[in-house]
Structures are given as structure tokens and as C-alpha cells.
Design a protein around this ligand. Sequence first.
Ligand code: ME8
Length: 483
Amino acid sequence: MKKTTKVNQRKNKFYVTTPIYYINDVPHIGHAYSTIAADTLARYYRRKLGKDNVLFVTGTDENSQKTINAAELAGQGTEEYTELTAEKWQNIFNTLDITYNRFIRTTEDDHKKTVQDILQKVYDNGDIYKGVYEGLYCVGHEAFMKEEDLVDGLCPDHKKAPEHIKEENWFFKLSKYQERLKHYILDNPDFIQPQSRRNEVLSFIETKGLEDFSISRETQEWGIRLPFDDSQVAYVWFDALLNYVTAAGYGTDKFSKWWPADLHIVGKDIIKFHCIYWPAMLWSAGLELPHQVFAHGFFTNNGEKISKSLGNAIDPIALVQKYGNDALRYYLLREITFGSDGDFSLQRFNEVYNSDLANNLGNLVSRLATMLIKYNNAQYNEVKVKPRYSYEDDIVKLKFHSCLAELFSWLDSLNGAIEENKPWELFKTDPQKTVEVLSGIACELLLIAQYLEPFLPEASKKIQAVFSNGTVVNAGVLFPKFE
Ligand code: ME8
């Protein structure tokens, strides 16, 4: 029998999350990417299920060593730094018009309560024990590392030597869940997507095996105290992952509506935490697993890894100030297949903007509006049109790139229909046919505009205001061209 996918088994609600981001820096294009992808889905599901049935959560991961170090560097107290930086993140997401329902911060009281409650449950369940951790810790990753992970003694991602630490810590019995997790992943092909990441996780389990990990820090002051040992704070990943249940209303009657989450969108750098640690933690706490973890790829900037030290992080705000939010969303979701790695190039951004948004879409809207104003007194006939592409299947599978490719090739064909019919000539011989042709195109364009709403909310709204209830108003310039 064919297995039904988890996507079809979803309840009448949609709960989507992004990673919660470290606040040692301001958001760059990579953070915008995960967040815009989640926002696109949230907008799509709000239309489909109603706004009260969608929960979209993003936020900041604040209880980490990175925060302490960044505050020191900024010459601020940790708390002051945390407040200021979290506000910056939230403002930037507001400028990007991210329609989150909750911006969660891990320093909030309800989150502290969740972490302590779950730690106690896991402890009572016998899954936490005391041991000595002696080894390496990479602050960049906020993760324990092994000699074999290093290249020339350095963390290959952060190019820094990890700290050597020896602490008496509390450990979580991850090893206990190895077989259960392996079978779960095998039995639930949609749990980890895309397929390549699923294979990566399975091969990690098979070749490396799951080892217990330390879930507390003895020497760190900043963080959430363990309920059963207040001399230690929770390890930042144990704390951070639990944001997803806090934001779902853990401990309140809302929780049963939202949990389990439908989708965690993450970057490929953090799959081990989301696909190995997280399911085991949830099982130990007696909670259901999310339906899906989708790990997207990483961007480079003109072929180079984006990093603070290289000084090549792309500022999403500078881009939207020039090109607008829709342009950024379009480039990120159209240019790179969601799930694969991709490159960000300003030159390419400008090319794609001019050809697809300014020419293909923008020109079509203004030409069509101008012709209907001229040839039919700003009126069009409302005719029923058949969708040439049903994008539902693609969008629920996060195939954003295909959705936009198909919708824009549909727009191409509408531009083609104008060229073929030459309304400016046709009008001289057959005004009625001219109106029919232009009305048909306007109605198809309106349908496309509705489909585009989750991707290009501003343009979609404008198009629906230009052609509305049989009347046309001047479109102005939707996307000004840039050299
Ligand atoms: O890992 N390309 O936070 P973080 C694409 N706090 N996406 C990128 C990217 C790039 N070059 N760079 C970053 C953490 N990202 C933890 C998460 S969740 C419980 C805790 C995105 O600030 C991508 O989503 O390092 C990646 O997974 C995330 O930012 C890492 O953000």
C-alpha cells in the first residue's frame, strides 16, 4: 500500500517555525532566507485555512556564550546588550514585512518555565545523569566537538581553535533513543526533507552512532538554571530547541491546538540538532514529534562563504530599500532551489529584477491597464478563467522555485498573447474582440496575482487594486527599472 505523506495528514492548522537566531550579529541574507520562506508558507496557509489557524514563529536565541562574548565586545552588560540586539532583529524583520505571530526570545519568562518544566520531566524519566565532560567546545557552533572534527586544530567552519573545557555536567541519554530514531526516520520518509538531508542523518546514525551529550554548563552564569541543580545553566541548544513548544503555548490550553509543529524550517548547518537531539528530547518529555524538518541549503556571496570575518555578509535591508521587499523575496525563492545551495550575486539580483519583475510582470500590468483605459473606458469584462497551473502541490512541498518559474512562464504567455493579438491594430477593425482579448488577459493576470500573494504580497495587492470588479485604474510603475 502506498504510504500517505505527512503533508496530507496535517490537521486543519499550520504551525511553522524558523531557527531562532543568535544575537551576536544583525541579520544577513541567510537569516532573511529562512524567515522569508517560512513567511511565504504562513501567508499561503492563512489564505487556505484562515488566519486563526496559522502560527508562524521566529525569534532570537539569547542564552548563549556568544551573547556574553558579544556584549563584552560591545562594552555592554549582557542584559542590556540582549535587549538592544533582540529589538534590532525584530525591527529588521518588521521592515522585511515578516508576518510572524510570535517573535520569541529565550529570555522570556514563559520560555524559562518551559525549559525548567521539561528538564524536570526528562530528569524524572531517568534520562539525565551526572558525568564529567572533558573536551572541546566551539563557541561559534555552541557545540561540543571532537578532535576528528577539526582541521589543523581549528573548527573548519569558524576557523578558531575550540576551547578545552573540563566540567562536571549533566548528560542526556541520547544513546537510548538511537534505534527508535532510526526506525522512525525510516518509517516516516517525510520527517526529514529534502531526501539528501534525510540520507545524511541516517548515515550519521549508522556510522557514528548516538552519544549522550552534556545538557548543562557549570561555568556559565547567563542562562536558564536547571530545576534540579541551580549551580548549572541549561546548555543553549537544549534551551533553544524548546522555544518551539513554548511558542505553541506549552502549559496552556492552546498547546493541543498547535503541537506538534507542522514544519521546522532550518538551514543545513543545524540538522543534527533538529533531527537527532530534538526528537529524542521530545520523546523523553512525552511529546509528539514535529511533522517535518526541512533543511535548506546555504548561500555563498559571489562564490564565497558568507561570514562576519570575511566582511561579505549581505544586508537585506539595503537591498529592500532600493528594490523593495517583493524583489528580495522573489530573488531568494526563485533563483535557488529550496533545499540546494546557491550563490547570491548583486549583479544577478539586478538582472533577475529587471527581466522578471520590471519587464515581465511590471510592464504587463501597466500596458494592460493603459490599453483597457484607452480602448474600453477603463472597464474589463469579468470572465471565468481556467488556471493553467495549479501551484498547490508545489507550494506545500516547498518547491518555491518551481511555483515561481511556472507562474512567470504563464505571465510570459500573457505577454505573448498581447504581441500576437496586437490590440492597437485589432481595435481599428474589431473593438469588441479587442475588449474580449484584453479582458481575458486581465482575468488571468488577476488569478496569477492571487497565486503570487504569498510570494510577492505587495505587487499582488497592487495588481488586485488596478483590476478590480471590472474597473481599471492607472497602474503606475510596479517595479522601476535599475541599470
Ligand atoms: O544556529 N545561507 O542560529 P544562527 C542560508 N541559534 N541560510 C543561512 C546562512 C547562509 N549563508 N547563514 C545562516 C543558530 N543561515 C541557532 C538556532 S534553533 C532552535 C537555534 C540561516 O544565528 C539558516 O537558517 O547561527 C541557519 O540554520 C540559521 O541561519 C543559523 O542561525
